[in-house]
Design a protein around this ligand. Structure first.
Ligand SMILES: Nc1nc2c(c(=O)[nH]1)N[C@H]1C(S)=C(S)[C@@H](COP(=O)(O)OP(=O)(O)OC[C@H]3O[C@@H](n4cnc5c(=O)[nH]c(N)nc54)[C@H](O)[C@@H]3O)O[C@H]1N2
Ligand SMILES: Nc1nc2c(c(=O)[nH]1)N[C@H]1C(S)=C(S)[C@@H](COP(=O)(O)OP(=O)(O)OC[C@H]3O[C@@H](n4cnc5c(=O)[nH]c(N)nc54)[C@H](O)[C@@H]3O)O[C@H]1N2
Ligand code: SF4
Ligand SMILES: [Mo]
Length: 707
């Protein structure tokens, strides 16, 4: 008998409701859930690929250990969980006993797995890891840092109220491909269409005419890495037109608001316009629209986060929303009030309490920039990382200078990957511990609650019982932490079942719902649209907004220097930036045939003028070279990318020796992060500057383009 399970998709931040029909352990269909008040039936092509993940023959089903085969190469030997934990614990204790240091790298899928959060803490404590990393520093850390400084808590995300706004200014985001980020707005295309139907406008700023730009009312190309210039220009234009009016937020501001303005007035609109490539008249027009009185929201994402001014950008976006009267306003930006409120229950965050050993990076939210991972492994001395635990991450493909990280991982005395595939990263591990299939886990999007465009809560039980002999991620982490503590003669960690921890979190949150309350509503409880919260959610001691955090004010000096020294765009050096496709998910869903089919996607987009200057035609192979590396890929000549820039997706490069992803290997592509440069960072947050990497492009010596 077929059974239909109601579930929330765990793959991306959109949180779409799914209806999964199964018979036995076979998935018959995956459809959108029309009764989910948040996603309203929407799904993307990745949802049906969950079956491919569940059933993938390349997915590891048991722990494996890397051993040498007869010819001296590597091979993976299946071992029992007991043996795996015992051997890992004994080796970890030995390495620590010799004075080696341990580190944990946490990847993106953990943000979609409520049950691992606490367990990662247990693992870090068990191995005494102080030098830790995550995908946050190739992603959203500037948002969190700026929020911690301005609003008092890193999890206070002002959410753009797309459903009620009249103007949405979107910088460096392509939700038609990504389905929204730091912004749970499923079915975003319909939300944009509704905005346009009520006479509103979407304005997209992006160096590529993206899928989102194509349906926008206005699209403006921008020089990669220069958004701070545009944002300062917009603030100055707002001021010049007499449109600065914080409305409700005025009561939350103090003298620091004037301090921020005094610091911004050293710049001028003309210089800012020239730097970013958007003319003065356009800047004045957009500012007039933002400050014109109707609700408006400015939203910036990856394209403005992964630049050397990522923190400055997010601060300037906050100032713009406040100055135009759109902070804490329906149709502007608001804090949400989720059922599981990590802001009300978890610490605010930290900065600079300690510094990294080799380059002296400040700690941000207890982590160091992932660009420092390789040097912390390779540089001898006390505190050198000898042991690394990678939890659901693939930093060799997802972080700058992956080739160097490849080399670094080879010298570890113990490396453990908690992953279900042998990837570019996990191939270096001594042990890979695979979680059970994705449909064998329950799901609650705790970490995404603060970014939803409605207050909404849904809990999904597992679709299938766990296959006997397999473990969920949290069980793997908990048992590994226990085994290591025991081997070190430390007291066993006190581990609470994740469901119990979730229930406690819910009940301690202001709404006071229990997990049982939420489980009564399988399609989710709709707790209503976002609403202004006044100062009730601000977590600063004085309940005021800090509009002028010292380190951001100081960073304006660095920006001024950059502005003064800015070379014109174009010439021999082009600026490389990224892109996503709706059928991708960072590095790791490339093994689904239904997603992988269709035209090759790992191609370099280049503007016709830049192609002509190099004698290039679509389909031709090109060499792309940066300071750190060189790759070869086919190009596509397209005026969708701005002159002087080129675009390449990330998450490819599945042909490194030993990777076991048979479908992905058919068209492996090249890794963007063999080009991105660990020296290019936002020094405030430590975030990698993945966008705007200087590269040279030349026709490759070989002429036949790979498919
Ligand atoms: N050039 C460039 N680089 C980028 C980006 C970019 O835009 N451009 N984007 C950055 C961003 S936003 C992010 S978030 C990072 C992602 O960086 P990472 O998180 O390091 O990389 P992913 O490619 O997401 O790899 C996730 C790994 O987790 C495994 N996995 C998937 N699901 C599970 C699970 O349920 N349990 C376990 N244990 N493992 C699982 C997958 O097999 C895969 O190996 O990449 C960043 N890198
Ligand atoms: N299909 C799919 N969906 C995903 C993912 C995926 O890999 N595939 N990854 C998920 C993850 S982990 C994340 S973090 C989100 C990311 O979600 P988004 O931030 O929406 O992701 P991107 O598509 O990388 O959009 C970034 C945009 O910034 C533009 N850009 C690049 N440089 C600049 C710049 O300097 N200035 C401006 N203004 N724009 C710039 C790029 O052209 C691109 O269109 O997507 C998530 N959803
Ligand atoms: S948009 Fe994201 S959450 Fe929705 S179905 Fe696609 S992958 Fe899943
Ligand atoms: Mo991400």
């Amino acid at each position: 008998m077929p059974t239909t399970h109601i579930r929330t998709c765990h793959l991306c931040e959109a949180n779409c409701g799914l209806l999964i029909t199964t018979e036995g352990r076979t998935v018959l269909s995956i459809k959108g859930d029309p009764d989910n008040a948040l996603s309203r039936g929407h799904i993307c092509p990745k949802a049906t690929a969950i079956t491919d993940l569940q059933d993938d023959p390349d997915r590891l089903r048991a722990p494996v250990k890397r051993v040498s085969n007869a010819s001296g190469g590597d091979q993976w030997q299946e071992i029992s969980w007991e043996t795996a934990f015992a051997e890992i614990a004994a080796k970890a204790a030995a390495v620590l006993g010799e004075g080696g240091a341990a580190s944990v790298y946490v990847g993106n899928p953990t943000a979609h797995n409520y049950s691992v959060g606490g367990m990662i803490g247990h693992l870090k404590r068990a191995v005494g890891a102080r030098t830790n990393f995550s995908a946050s520093t190739v992603d959203q850390i500037p948002h969190q840092l700026v929020q911690m400084w301005m609003y008092g808590h890193n999890g206070l995300f002002p959410v753009a109220d797309i459903d009620n706004t009249q103007t949405m200014l979107m910088l460096g985001a392509n939700p038609l491909a990504s389905n929204g980020s730091v912004w749970t707005a499923p079915d975003v295309k319909k939300r944009i269409e509704a905005l346009q139907a009520r006479g509103g406008k979407l304005i997209v700023v992006d160096p590529r005419r993206t899928e989102t730009a194509r349906i926008a009312d206005e699209h403006h190309f921008i020089r990669p890495g220069s958004d701070s210039a545009l944002l300062i220009g917009l603030l100055l234009a707002l001021d010049e037109a007499g449109l600065v009016n914080p409305r409700a937020a005025a009561a939350l501001l103090d003298a620091r608001w004037d301090t921020a303005w005094a610091a911004l007035r050293r710049f001028d609109i003309a210089t800012c316009a020239a730097a970013c490539g958007i003319d003065e008249a356009t800047i004045r027009d957009i500012a007039a629209r933002l400050g014109g009185g109707e609700p408006a929201a400015v939203y910036g994402r990856m394209g403005v986060s992964v630049t050397s001014f990522g923190s400055l950008n997010h601060w300037l976006i906050q100032l713009l929303n406040i100055a135009s009267g759109n902070f804490d306003r329906v149709g502007g930006v608001m804090f949400n009030q989720p059922a599981a409120d990590i802001v009300a229950t978890a610490g605010a965050g930290s900065y600079g309490r300690f510094h990294s050993r080799v380059s002296g990076h400040p700690e941000v939210l207890s982590e160091f920039p992932v660009v420092a991972l390789a040097e912390e492994i390779l540089t001898p001395g006390a505190g050198q990382i000898d042991m690394l635990f990678v939890v659901a991450g693939n930093p060799v493909l997802s972080t700058p200078d992956g080739t160097n990280l490849d080399r670094a991982l080879e010298r570890l005395k113990l490396m453990v990957s908690v992953d279900m595939y042998v990837t570019a990263t996990s191939r270096h591990a001594h042990y890979i511990l695979p979680p059970c299939g994705p449909l064998e886990k329950d799901h609650y999007p705790t970490f995404l609650a603060p970014i939803m465009v409605r207050n909404f809560a849904a809990y999904s039980p597992a679709v299938f019982d766990q296959t006997p002999g397999t473990k969920s991620d949290w069980e793997i982490l908990a048992e590994m932490a226990r085994a290591i503590s025991q081997a070190r003669g430390e007291p066993a960690p006190n581990i609470m079942h994740p469901r119990e921890a979730l229930d406690r979190l819910l009940q301690r949150s202001p709404r006071g719902l229990s997990l049982a309350d939420i489980e009564k509503h399988p399609h989710g409880i709709d707790l209503g649209p976002l609403q202004p919260t006044g100062d009730t959610k601000l977590a600063t001691p004085d309940k005021k907004i800090d509009a002028a955090p010292a380190l951001l004010l100081a960073d304006l000096d660095r920006f001024a220097d950059w502005l003064a020294a800015l070379p014109p765009i174009g010439g021999d050096t082009l600026l490389l930036f990224g892109r996503r496709n709706v059928r991708s998910n960072n590095s790791w869903m490339a093994n689904s045939r239904r997603l992988a089919k269709g035209p090759a996607r790992c191609v370099l987009m280049i503007n016709p003028a830049d192609a002509a200057a190099r004698g290039l035609e679509s389909g031709q192979l090109v060499d792309i070279e940066s300071r750190v590396g060189k790759v070869q890929v086919a190009c596509e000549v397209s005026d969708d990318v701005m002159p002087g820039t080129v675009s390449l997706p990330h998450g490819y490069g599945h042909n490194r020796p030993g990777i076991q992803l048979r479908v992905a290997a058919e068209r492996p592509g090249v890794s963007y992060n063999d080009l991105s440069d660990p020296l290019l960072i936002d020094p405030v947050s430590g975030n990698a500057a993945l966008t705007g990497v200087p590269v040279t492009i030349t026709a490759a010596a070989s002429v036949v383009a790979a498919a």
